[in-house]
Design a protein. Structure first.
Length: 600
């Protein structure tokens, strides 16, 4: 596929760095590109960062618009939150497909013209084909979030979509089609609720995926306040009311009954006893390293939540004492998206969370045993307060073995276009490079025009859609077309991916903890990374279920250790890089896939 290239952003005048500009320029490497699609044009990745993000959505065929509320004025908060998006290999061909959640408008649409969700199949050449009709996924309504997992262990990952209304569980039939089993499975919900983030998680480690669903506001449009009723103002401009003043809703936990149905266990499991409300982004991870998955929820306008798994079917919200649910000065924030990674390689999973305009993102460093400290400012993420963050992810953009951070922004109120003091309704993205010392550099200005072009972004997902070893990003914008940010690197660093296949554990391997150990040239100490297979995350979106590790110039992975939810530990050694490993629990590598010409 031949694609046109826009000239990447040259101006560095606004680059707020934690190190001198010369330090960032020194990160450059000689450009030697390796693309799996031979007909591509030369990459703009020869910038001073060595990595560039380019929006290739139009060329790729992502040609459906996400409709969500009024474009210039909103009556209710329902019109502001936008939709999630998923990188999702629904047909098990080893190539990431894309599921786009869609929304609605208060005035509705003519029959047959309603916006619907869309499934795009990866053509393996940089383009996608809309297969929504064949798949049976063309549902309309106020779509919100999405998560993926094989709830019945049949080898095909299923799809869950949250709505303002009733949620939908699609069973993947394995032949390119899906069946709506929401009511049969017991996860649709009995009344109209505002579902947002979701995640499949085997919280009791019985080998079957359970389901966690966050809820935002107990909203009834018949009685909800309008902007004029308050009036509800943002810096003097009349906007949609809430969430303060509106009743927050409780989160839901469904237990898998192992027969295709679920039972709601929210109360008995302690989920409804949490301190905060207005749930949005959902993140699952083993934050205290006890082998059991915990659940973090980014809350809007109240303290966020950290549900600690008590290993007996119950959860307790320990967020306050853990130190990861408030701002650095102890105040509630308007949290949106959330992601986890071990950014300083100390063996503990850290958290990054996006927040409202006038605030900074939050970076919580995990000190061990589930105790956190707010390192937002000391790590270099406190320079920008003008942006309003949504989707977020740790990603190793340059494959140097250290997780970087990308944040998607966009204001919540379209009415802010009246204000000269704001960064605008559509906003640019932020990219932070990990400096290997607990600090990050803001390199947004030199990361390519895929980052600098402003959008009213909402959900975003991370994954390698073209299987070239670079992590790409797909973004769902409000009242706009999706963005597909292809990452192009000229650094020639190595990588490895792991696709987990559970046997005693759930088939998707969700919850598996993977350790990757290498010995980079010139370093005396081993380089040890960890990550987990997880459903959901970012802002109400789904990342690639394959776990990706950049390993820099290391010529091999010395150790790859997988701790499965069942307790099984599989150890692999002396692995060559630049390939995808399909690892079956208790068996080891059953298949290896090569996509990049970086193979030795």
């Amino acid at each position: 596929m031949s694609t046109s290239r826009r000239e990447f952003l040259r101006s560095l005048s606004r680059c707020a760095l934690v190190l001198p500009l010369e330090g960032v320029l020194a990160l450059a490497r000689p450009s030697r590109l390796s693309r799996p699609i031979a007909t591509r044009s030369p990459s703009p990745a020869a910038n001073k960062l060595g990595v560039s993000f380019t929006n290739v959505a139009q060329q790729a065929g992502l040609n459906v618009k996400t409709f969500f509320g009024g474009e210039h004025k909103n009556k209710y908060l329902l019109e502001t939150t936008g939709c999630g998006i998923a990188f999702y290999d629904y047909d098990n061909d080893g190539w990431l497909d894309i599921f786009v959640v869609n929304g609605s408008r208060l005035e509705g649409f003519a029959k047959g013209e309603e916006p619907i969700c869309h499934l795009f199949k990866n053509n393996r050449d940089g383009t996608f084909t809309d297969v929504t009709a064949k798949a049976g996924l063309g549902r309309s309504g106020w779509g919100q979030g999405v998560c993926v997992g094989d709830y019945d262990n049949d080898g095909f990952d299923d799809l869950y979509v949250t709505y303002y209304g009733k949620n939908v569980l699609y069973h993947n039939n394995g032949d390119g089609t899906f069946t709506d089993v929401s009511d049969k499975a017991g996860v649709a919900g009995k009344t109209t609720r505002w579902g947002t983030g979701c995640a499949f998680v085997d919280y009791d480690r019985d080998g079957y995926l359970d389901l966690f669903v966050a809820n935002y506001i107990a909203l009834d449009l018949k009685t909800a306040p309008t902007p004029e009723s308050g009036p509800c103002l943002y810096k003097g401009v009349m906007v949609a009311c809430g969430p303060p003043g509106l009743e927050g809703d409780t989160n839901i936990l469904y237990h898998n009954n192992r027969d295709g149905t679920f039972s709601e266990v929210s109360e008995v499991a302690g989920v409804t006893l949490a301190n905060g409300t207005y749930g949005l982004g959902v993140l699952t991870a083993d934050f205290d390293n006890d082998g059991w998955p915990d659940i973090y929820v980014a809350n809007d306008s109240t303290a966020s939540l950290l549900y600690q798994n008590k290993r007996n079917g119950k959860f307790v919200d320990v967020g306050m004492e853990a130190g990861c649910v408030l701002s650095a000065d102890g105040k509630p924030q308007a949290g949106m998206g959330v992601s986890a990674a071990d950014y300083d390689l100390d063996g503990n999973l850290d958290i990054v969370k996006t927040n409202f305009a006038g605030d900074t993102p939050s970076l919580y460093h995990n000190r061990g045993h589930g105790n956190f400290e707010d390192t937002t400012f000391s790590a270099g993420l406190g320079a920008h307060t003008q942006y309003l963050g949504w989707g977020v992810g740790f990603l190793d953009m340059d494959n140097d073995g250290w997780p970087d951070i990308l944040i998607c922004n966009g204001h919540v109120y379209p009415e802010v276009e009246q204000l000269k003091t704001e960064a605008g309704y559509p906003q640019r993205k932020l990219l932070y490079k990990n400096l290997h010392n607990g600090h990050f550099a803001d390199v947004s200005e030199i990361g390519g025009d895929g980052l600098s072009t402003p959008y009213a972004s909402r959900g975003c997902a991370f994954g390698d859609f073209d299987n070239d070893g670079d992590i790409d990003v797909v973004v769902n914008a409000i009242n706009d077309y999706p963005q597909l940010l292809r990452c192009d690197s000229g650094l020639d660093n190595h990588w490895i991916k792991v696709k987990t296949i559970g046997t005693k554990s759930n088939r998707s391997g969700i919850g598996a903890r993977i350790q990757c150990v290498t010995h980079p040239p010139g370093e005396t100490k081993p380089h040890s990374q960890i990550d987990e297979v997880r459903s959901g995350g970012s802002y109400i979106s789904q990342n690639d279920l394959r776990v990706h590790f950049g390993i820099g110039k290391a010529e091999r992975v010395d150790l790859l250790e997988i701790r499965w939810p069942s307790g099984q530990i599989d150890t692999l050694t002396d692995i060559k890089p630049n390939r995808v490993l399909f690892v079956k629990e208790g068996t080891g590598i059953i298949r290896t896939a090569f996509f990049s010409s970086k193979i030795d």
